[in-house]
Design a protein around this ligand. Sequence first.
Ligand code: ADP
Length: 178
Amino acid sequence: MSSQSPVIVITGTPGTGKSTHAQLLVNESPIPLRHINVGDWVKEKGLYEEYDEEWQSYTVDEDKLLDELEPIVAEGGVILDWHTCEIFPERWPDLVVVLRCEHSQLWDRLEKRSYPLKKIQENNEAEIMQVVLEEARSSYPEEIVVELKSESTDDLEANVTRIVDWIKSWRKGRGLES
Ligand SMILES: Nc1ncnc2c1ncn2[C@@H]1O[C@H](COP(=O)(O)OP(=O)(O)O)[C@@H](O)[C@H]1O
């Protein structure tokens, strides 16, 4: 969307490091950014249709969610952190970051969250099949979709530096100071 500050989607299979990246990005960004963890937002605001006990997950009310997010996104300067991205309108993001993680490491991260086994398996398979990446590529122009590895602290720092550089050039391209 066109505003003074970009809209950045950080997506990826659960456990790939979205929230960790978003938090560091908020700290290192040259401009104020608001981090919205969409999963938490859905729970806090009751933007779901039901809770599925078996999968321990919420069925999101997508219309309500989009209505809530629209004015925030219109202001710009926001990071949308969610494990899926295809429901966001194509016009929303200026950058879509898809985090990736080697599957056995991802398994360990999800096990630490005490997810039910089948939820770990499902997410692991989705990562192997690069479901989120394909979804991002089919929903947004290819030049705004960036796939980044998130397996180490070095990856995390390099990724955030890269996004900060992207923000600076995005602003420069619009004649804005960083
Ligand atoms: N690049 C990374 N290097 C090392 N550990 C990471 C990295 N990214 C995420 N982690 C760890 O993996 C776990 C899940 O990260 P989190 O940011 O909560 O993932 P998500 O928001 O995608 O579900 C956390 O314990 C986090 O510290």
